[in-house]
Ligand binder design. Structure first.
Ligand SMILES: [Zn+2]
Length: 444
C-alpha cells in the first residue's frame, strides 16, 4: 500500500488557481487536461478548512484543573480567513494560581513570539520555537509574582489540518485517525517513567528519590528534591528548583483530509485509562458526548481520585458529519499516481516521516530541555548593528551590554567559542543558566 501526503500553502494554491483561471480565459482553451482538473480539485480540498467540533467534561476533586478553548484566534488580526483554534488543559498543583496565570497569558506570549507579517507556511514553521519562548516567558512572569504553585500545560494549536502540541507535565494529548489508529502527541514528564528527565534533573543539581516514611521505607513515585514534585517539567514551582523547566515537548503533525480526533486530558484520565481505552470508550460518538464518556469510563475503573478533565476535538472534512467509518484511500492512490513525488512539499526542513496508516505526516518533534537548542543555535546574533536587540524569549528590546559576551557565560566559554542561540535579554539569560544548573555551579 502506498500512501501519499502532500502539502500546499494557501498562498501557493491561491496563486496557482488564479493563474490557471486567468490563463484559461485568456486563451479560451476549451480543453483542460484531466490531470490539471483533478489537481485543482485536490488542491481545493487541501485548502478547505476542516470543521472543528469539541466537547468537554470535568469532575473536580481538588479544583485545580483548568482548560481553555478558543476557536476564533487570527494569525492576521482582522482577517477571519486566517483563523486558528487553541485547546489547552492546565492541571495545577500546590494551588491554582499558576494554572490560572498560564491560562490567561500563555496564548498571548506564544503569538507575540511569532514575527509579524508571516505567510501561513512561515507562521506554522515559527510556531514550535514561539511555543518554547511563550512557555518560558510565562514561567518567568509567574515566578516574578513570587507565588509557589505550579501547573502542567498541554497546549494544542489547530490551523487547517496542521496540529501543533506543546506540553510540560503529564496531561496527555492523543490523536485517533482513520481506522482507529491511536498515537500519542505528548511525552510524559514524570520522573518515575522518564529516565532522560531523571538524568537531566540530577545533572542540573536536583535530587531524585522517593518519600521516606514509616521508619525509612520508601513510598510513592519518584520525586525531585527539594520540593517533592513528581513532574520534571511545569510552569511555576518557584520553590522547587530551576531544574523543573518550563520548556515544552513540541510535536507538529498534518492530518490527511480524512481528519481525526484529539483527546486532551489531565492525569485523572490517564492514570485510569490507556490511550486505546480512552479512544475506544467514545469511538463513533459526537465530541460533546465523547468527552463525558471518557470521564465516566475513567471514574468507573478507578473512582474519583484526582481532578479529571477531558477535551475531545474532532477535526473533520466540512462535508462529513463525523469520522467516516472506512479510510478513503482511493484518492491517495490517485494522487500518488498522478503527481508522484514531484509535488511533495513539506513545511519543515527535514525528518518528515510518514506513518503508513491514517496518513499522518509528522512535520516536527523536539523535546530537548536546552533552551539554546530549542530557539535555534543557528540563529546568528547581529551584534554589529549597534542598536538594541530583541530577546528571543520575552521579545523585550535590550541594548547588548558589551561586545560579544552577550550570550555567553564567562565561566563556560572563551572568546574563541562561537555564540550559541539567538539573543537573550539579561533576565532570560539568567533563567537559561539557572535551568541548566549554571547559577548553582557559579555560586560554589
Ligand atoms: Zn528576555
Amino acid at each position: 500500500m502506498s500512501l501519499f501526503v502532500f502539502y500546499y500553502s494557501n498562498q501557493d494554491v491561491g496563486t496557482k488557481i488564479k493563474m490557471s483561471q486567468a490563463g484559461i480565459s485568456r486563451m479560451k482553451a476549451p480543453l483542460v487536461p484531466l490531470g490539471t482538473l483533478i489537481g485543482l480539485e485536490i488542491r481545493k480540498e487541501t485548502v478547505e478548512k476542516p470543521l472543528i467540533k469539541y466537547g468537554n467534561a470535568a469532575l473536580a476533586k481538588k479544583g485545580e484543573d483548568y482548560f481553555l478553548v478558543k476557536l476564533d484566534c487570527e494569525r492576521v488580526p482582522g482577517d477571519p480567513s486566517s483563523s486558528f483554534s487553541v485547546f489547552a488543559i492546565f492541571d495545577g498543583h500546590n494551588g491554582i494560581s499558576a494554572a490560572i496565570f498560564a491560562k490567561e497569558n500563555l496564548l498571548n506570549n506564544v503569538v507575540n513570539a511569532i514575527p509579524n507579517g508571516c505567510t501561513r507556511d512561515k507562521w506554522l514553521q515559527a510556531l514550535p520555537r514561539a511555543l518554547v519562548a511563550g512557555f518560558v516567558k510565562t514561567d518567568i512572569e509567574f515566578q516574578q509574582k513570587g507565588e509557589t504553585s505550579g501547573t502542567t500545560v498541554t497546549f494544542v494549536v489547530i490551523d487547517g489540518w496542521t496540529i501543533t502540541v506543546a506540553s510540560v507535565g503529564d496531561s496527555r494529548c492523543i490523536l485517533e485517525t482513520q481506522g482507529g489508529v491511536v498515537s500519542l502527541l505528548t511525552v510524559d514528564h514524570r520522573l518515575e517513567e522518564n529516565v532522560e528527565e531523571r538524568e537531566r534533573v540530577t545533572a542540573s543539581g536536583g535530587e531524585v528519590g522517593r518519600l521516606n516514611v514509616f521508619g525509612g521505607n520508601e513510598v510513592g513515585p519518584l520525586r525531585c528534591w527539594p520540593g517533592g514534585l513528581c513532574l520534571s517539567r511545569s510552569i511555576g514551582d518557584t520553590d522547587v528548583g530551576e531544574f523543573i523547566v518550563p520548556i515544552p515537548h513540541v510535536k507538529q503533525v498534518k492530518l490527511s483530509s480524512a481528519g481525526g480526533r484529539l483527546i486532551i486530558a489531565s492525569d485523572g484520565i490517564w492514570d485510569a485509562l490507556s490511550s486505546e481505552q480512552a479512544s475506544k470508550a467514545c469511538r463513533g460518538l459526537p465530541a460533546e458526548l465523547a468527552a463525558k464518556l471518557v470521564v465516566k469510563e475513567a471514574l468507573r475503573s478507578r473512582g474519583l481520585k484526582d481532578d479529571t478533565t477531558c477535551l475531545v476535538v474532532d477535526i473533520t472534512p466540512s462535508d462529513y458529519p463525523a469520522l467516516p467509518p472506512t479510510p478513503r484511500r482511493k484518492q491517495n492512490k490517485l494522487t500518488s499516481l498522478i503527481f508522484g513525488k514531484k509535488l511533495h512539499k513539506s513545511i519543515n526542513q527535514s525528518n518528515n516521516k510518514l506513518s503508513a496508516v491514517g496518513a499522518v505526516e509528522e512535520l516536527f518533534e523536539e523535546g530537548s530541555a536546552m533552551l539554546a537548542e530549542r530557539l535555534g543555535k543557528d540563529t546568528p546574533v547581529d551584534a554589529n548593528s549597534g542598536g538594541p536587540l530583541r530577546c528571543a524569549v520575552c521579545q523585550a528590546d535590550e541594548q547588548p551590554s558589551d561586545d560579544l559576551s552577550i550570550n555567553s557565560d564567562p565561566l563556560f566559554s572563551s572568546a574563541t567559542q562561537p555564540l550559541e542561540g539567538p539573543f537573550l535579554c539579561t533576565v532570560c539569560r539568567k533563567k537559561r543558566d539557572a535551568m541548566e544548573g549554571k547559577r548553582r555551579q557559579n555560586a560554589k
